[in-house]
Design a protein around this ligand. Structure first.
Ligand code: HEM
Length: 213
């Protein structure tokens, strides 16, 4: 177990944890977006998707616990790296610098991460931890998006999420040593496509829901 403690305490160990949990979140986001696209099929399609998901029972609970643990590791490790980076001046550890040049995404990772955390708490309180016995999940989201403030908060948060993953996606490949010069342009392009899919895919849903319901 000693090697595990040493690994977690080292800078590269923390970067690996960030990369691994970050990839897991990218997977979750792809799944969540794919499921949410059923909203375009109307209330019945979305409610039926949600029912099928909940029918998975204990599997969903296990996935939720995994997601929560990964979220805690990602946030706590990210905050530790951010703090170490701040206190490591005047000579910063080179691993913490973006080898791909400073971008909006790389310069704002801790801040965009904290905004996503605030969004997640808001999101779960509104859509997850609510009494669904007398209503449907579509009804819950449709009434939320009648409020322009909700639409604004969601669009803003989706732009921030897209900026966060635009750097995180590429950075995770770099940390895992998968940034061979030959594949880098493809990885960067995949990162751009992925972040656009998150920003536009999720961001347009509240607008669509408010127009159609
Ligand atoms: C327009 C955008 C989004 C919509 C309409 C939406 C909708 C929903 C709904 C309806 C649920 C509750 C499902 C249920 O309990 O039956 C949910 C859960 C959740 N959403 Fe979203 N979501 C959106 C974007 C996001 C984003 C961008 C993230 C992550 C940054 C996210 C993370 C989560 C998480 C972690 C859960 C809890 C999953 C679970 O425990 O089953 N969502 N979402």
């Amino acid at each position: 177990m000693n090697w595990l403690t040493n690994m977690v305490l080292s800078s590269i160990g923390k970067k690996l944890l960030m990369a691994f949990t970050g990839f897991a979140f990218c997977g979750f986001l792809m799944g969540h977006l794919a499921g949410n696209l059923s909203i375009y099929g109307g209330p019945d399609a979305f409610n039926s998707y949600a029912e099928h998901l909940h029918a998975l029972g204990p599997l969903i609970t296990i996935a939720e616990i995994g997601l929560l643990l990964f979220g805690l590791v990602h946030i706590l490790t990210g905050l530790t790296l951010f703090y170490q980076n701040l206190t490591a001046r005047p000579i910063r550890y080179s691993v913490n610098k973006s080898a791909g040049g400073r971008t909006l995404g790389s310069a704002t990772m801790p801040y965009s991460g904290l905004i996503i955390l605030a969004f997640l708490i808001f999101h779960l309180l509104n859509f997850h931890f609510v009494d669904k016995s007398e209503t449907t999940i579509y009804q819950i989201i449709a009434s939320a998006f009648q409020n322009p403030l909700y639409i604004g908060i969601y669009i803003f948060s989706m732009i921030i999420a897209a900026i966060h993953v635009s750097h995180g996606f590429w950075s995770a490949f770099q940390t895992l040593g998968l940034n061979h010069i030959k594949y880098m342009p493809t990885i960067k392009l995949a990162g751009i496509i992925f972040s656009l899919a998150i920003g536009i895919g999720f961001g347009f849903l509240p607008v669509f829901i408010s127009i159609t319901s």
